[in-house]
Design a binder for this molecule. Structure first.
Ligand SMILES: *Cc1c(COP(=O)(O)O)cnc(C)c1O
Length: 368
């Protein structure tokens, strides 16, 4: 890989391919795979990731919001795209761009059917979302009669899938809760399936579900974080490869005298003569203030340097007192050489939050 000359997020499509094949190897050949590419493909580059996954043979995509699906279509993505959280104001865009809405409430069902009928749609594919204990989105047991009656009355939509979502599939202490969700999913979906003259795709697992609950793979699984190289457990992280590497460079080096401060609000005070380096990225780039004040560190010429003081909007400062380095040298915040999970954990958060926060100001560099 080339040396960075500015802050850049490198996206390694070979690593994506490795992760895709690893996750596929956990599935039976007949189980379909849905690549979750919401939030700019977890902060990377949704179009580049989706195109690569299409080439590799992914079956489906999922995004959170309609606009994300529209952007993929404009970039030439042709596989089905499930919109996990559509808003009724966007149904025109959904139909115009052949996106598949997740229908999770009576309100959304009623409004989507009305819209589909008005547009004279026939068998427009939808996925039904069931609430099995996450209590975020989804139909409850008491809604099922309404759903069945509504489906019987219209020809405008067709249930292509029925799914639910684990609340804690990565946490084996919550195994009995997850097994309860699985059972509830089976019970709720059975109530719908027995009224349908065809068989929709059943799906429940996210990445940790794939790894921890093989009995719950059903017809399809939805994988996000695993594709990007994280398995929510050290032994899984070892098998996966991080797709994104965040690199920056040293803009300036300062000799700080004992007693002097660095940065806003003087949150670093030198206890001894200190060498600091300033990097061209800050909280506007997604390295939030929680990572400052020596909570986390970065890699400079193979050595760890803590982030000191408050992270600024466009810059942050690190302590390189004991590191042989110069202005223009490359710095790695996270990636293959340095775990994003670890970087996030040190500040009390998770890889999901860190990688999806890298803002659009940071240049993406796709590595084929
Ligand atoms: C984000 C999301 C996923 C992907 O979860 P990972 O843990 O990243 O694999 C799957 N399903 C739903 C409903 C989601 O919102």
């Amino acid at each position: 890989m080339s040396k960075a000359t500015e802050t850049v997020l490198e996206i390694d499509l070979k690593a994506l391919e490795h992760n895709y094949r690893y996750l596929r190897s956990k599935l039976s050949p007949k189980t379909k795979m849905m690549g979750v590419v919401k939030a700019f493909a977890y902060g990377s580059d949704a179009a580049a990731i989706a195109k690569k996954l299409e080439n590799l043979g992914i079956d489906f995509f999922a995004v959170a919001y309609t606009k994300e699906g529209v952007d993929l279509r404009k970039n030439g993505v042709t596989k089905p795209i499930l919109v996990l959280h559509p808003q009724s104001g966007n149904f025109n865009l959904i139909v115009e761009h052949c996106l598949t809405p997740a229908i999770y409430s009576k309100y959304v069902l009623e409004h989507f059917i009305a819209f589909a009928e008005e547009k004279q749609q026939q068998n427009y594919p939808i996925h039904l979302k069931l609430n099995t204990g996450f209590n975020r989105l989804g139909f409850a047991y008491d809604d099922i009669n309404y759903v069945n009656e509504a489906l019987k009355k219209t020809k405008s939509i067709k249930v292509e899938g029925i799914y639910s979502h684990f609340a804690a599939s990565e946490d084996l202490n919550e195994r009995s809760f997850s097994m309860g969700q699985l059972e509830q999913y089976l019970n709720l979906s059975a109530e719908i399936l027995k009224e349908l003259p065809y068989k929709p795709l059943q799906h429940l697992c996210n990445t940790s579900g794939i790894l921890n609950y093989p009995e719950a793979h059903f017809d399809m699984v939805r994988t996000g974080i695993g594709l990007y190289g994280f398995g929510n457990a050290p032994e899984q992280d070892e098998k996966l490869q991080p797709v994104a590497t965040l690199k920056s460079i040293i803009s300036q080096i300062h000799a700080i005298k004992k007693g002097e401060s660095v940065g806003y609000n003087r949150q670093f005070i030198a206890e001894k003569a200190t060498k600091s380096a300033t990097l061209p990225l800050g909280h506007a780039d997604g390295i939030n203030r929680i990572y400052g004040k020596e909570k986390t560190n970065v890699l400079v010429n193979g050595k760890l340097a803590p982030i000191i003081g408050n992270v600024c909007m466009d810059m942050l400062m690190i302590d390189v007192t004991n590191i042989d380095c110069q202005e223009g040298d490359e710095v790695i915040l996270f990636g293959k050489e340095k775990s994003a999970e670890d970087f996030a954990n040190k500040a009390g958060t998770i890889s999901y939050e860190l990688i999806t926060s890298i803002s659009q100001r940071v240049k993406r560099k796709i590595i084929e």
